[in-house]
Design a protein around this ligand. Structure first.
Ligand code: UD1
Length: 427
């Protein structure tokens, strides 16, 4: 298993190219199932979850081909397609559930494994099932699989008003994709507003879908009979950009994040500015971050709670907590989205952080310095927080089980090395 060896204490300087967003690429790869014509995506990030999704689609009979330097991928879901997502692939990536909506909408049937538990909580898919049932699908759960089909005599899903019990990102994406080919109008109330949703909607509109209100709490979709191919560039990854913002804030330095979208990072940037980090919106040139070191002398610890977009993202909680560990003062971090997303805490404590957990709340007492140790990555964003901590810790930090990091970051250690970090991968 690969490990990262980090020798902390270096400031970061230079430029980083932010990749396409994992959480936009995954639904957009699945959107290719909605048409028999080829779909071309560009700016697809090179990461493990994308490779898994590609394998899932290949397995169904979709022809996929990568091309070009800048993450080009063409997907062609011409018939015949086997509308099935097996457990072996779904278990490694919960986002496989995103195949359900498009398969049902185009083929009238789908068999998709239940994702099962994952490290950050139980993460059920009841809302996905409820919403697609409201659109006329018959769904049963048998032998660990969701078996979905249309009632006999029907060839298309039907439009519906769907109100989910909570805001769900992949749920909204599943309904949005399914509704493009449904008969009549679908209204999604309580829709997720994460930037990946309007990016997906814009791709679907290029394919001929009729969608309004994407990016707001209420999305209206008028179903059409068929969609066609398109070309679409995946939006920049706001979580990758946010991770680099926190890394530079922790180590000190001056870095420009090319392609990063400051307007997708308002909640994170506001907290960094309050903490004492200099963040500048360069418009189409990206985002610049400047920070002094040592962090303890310049940074104020910041309390926050995770909420749906446009609130503070749960996917940035762990990385910001690493920053709070070395900032001055006491901060309170409240995780409201996932029940078990503090697994990085014990590892940060191994590096010398002072953190106490009480249910959904972590209380962090900033310390002047962390000290290198061997730590274990437990999930994707937790891994990123350990890398950030390792970049500032005195001595050597070994981050084990970095396959979690590879699931969601496009060449993170190479990008960090490019701006001056002392970091290497050991096979
Ligand atoms: C997506 C993101 C993930 C991010 C999360 C929250 C992708 C591929 N993943 O995950 O990186 O951390 O949004 O911003 O885009 N829930 C249910 N039943 C359901 C669906 C969700 O109870 O059917 C609950 C979840 O357990 C969680 C909350 O709703 O507590 C929000 O989850 P959701 O937005 O669905 O997360 P994902 O879409 O899985």
């Amino acid at each position: 298993m690969d490990k990262l060896i980090i020798r902390g204490g270096r400031q970061l300087h230079g430029e980083v190219l932010i990749s396409g967003a994992k959480n936009a690429a995954l639904p957009e790869l699945c959107a290719a199932l909605l048409t028999a014509e080829p779909v071309t995506l560009t700016n697809v990030p090179r990461l493990q979850d994308v490779a898994t999704m590609r394998r899932l689609l290949d397995n169904m009979g979709v022809k996929t081909q990568t091309h070009g330097e800048r993450g080009g991928m063409t997907l062609h879901a011409a018939n015949p397609i086997t509308p099935e997502a097996p457990y072996e692939l779904v278990k490694t990536m919960r986002a496989s559930v995103l195949a359900l909506g498009p398969l049902l909408a185009r083929f009238g049937e789908a068999t998709v494994s239940l994702p099962g538990g994952c490290a950050i909580g139980s993460r059920p898919v009841d809302q996905h099932i409820k919403g697609l049932q409201a659109m006329g699908a018959e769904i049963t759960v048998e032998h660990g699989y969701m078996i979905a089909k249309l009632p006999s005599g029907r060839t298309r899903l039907k439009g519906a008003r769907i109100t989910t019990d909570m805001v769900t990102v992949t749920g909204t994406e599943n309904f949005l994709m399914a509704a493009t080919l449904a008969e009549g109008e679908t209204i999604l109330e309580n829709a997720a507003q994460e930037p990946e949703i309007p990016d997906l909607a814009e791709m679907l509109i290029k394919m001929g879908a009729k969608i309004e209100g994407h990016g707001t709490r209420r999305i209206r979709i008028q179903g059409v009979e068929a969609l066609h191919g398109c070309e679409h560039a995946v939006v920049a990854d706001r979580i990758e950009a946010g991770t680099f913002l926190c890394a530079v804030a922790a180590t000190g330095g001056d870095v420009v994040l090319r392609h990063a979208r400051a307007d997708h990072l308002d909640a994170v940037i506001d907290k960094l500015l309050e903490a004492g980090v200099n963040v500048t919106d360069l418009g189409k040139d990206g985002v610049r971050v400047q920070a002094a070191s040592p962090a303890y002398d310049y940074l104020q610890a910041m309390s926050f709670r995770t909420t749906e977009y446009p609130g503070f993202p749960t996917d940035m909680q762990a990385q910001f907590m690493a920053l709070n560990c070395i900032a001055q003062g006491t901060s309170k971090v409240t995780e409201t989205i996932f029940e078990n997303r503090f697994m990085h805490v014990n590892e940060l404590v191994r590096l010398g952080a002072h953190i106490q957990i009480d249910g959904k709340v972590a209380v962090i007492e900033g310390v002047r310095a962390l000290s290198g140790a061997t730590v274990m990555a437990t999930d994707l964003r937790a891994s990123a927080s350990l890398v950030i901590a390792g970049l500032v810790a005195e001595g050597e930090t070994v981050v084990d089980r970095i396959y979690h990091l590879d699931r969601g970051y496009d060449q993170m250690e190479a990008k960090l090395r490019g701006i001056g970090a002392d970091i290497e991968r050991i096979k």
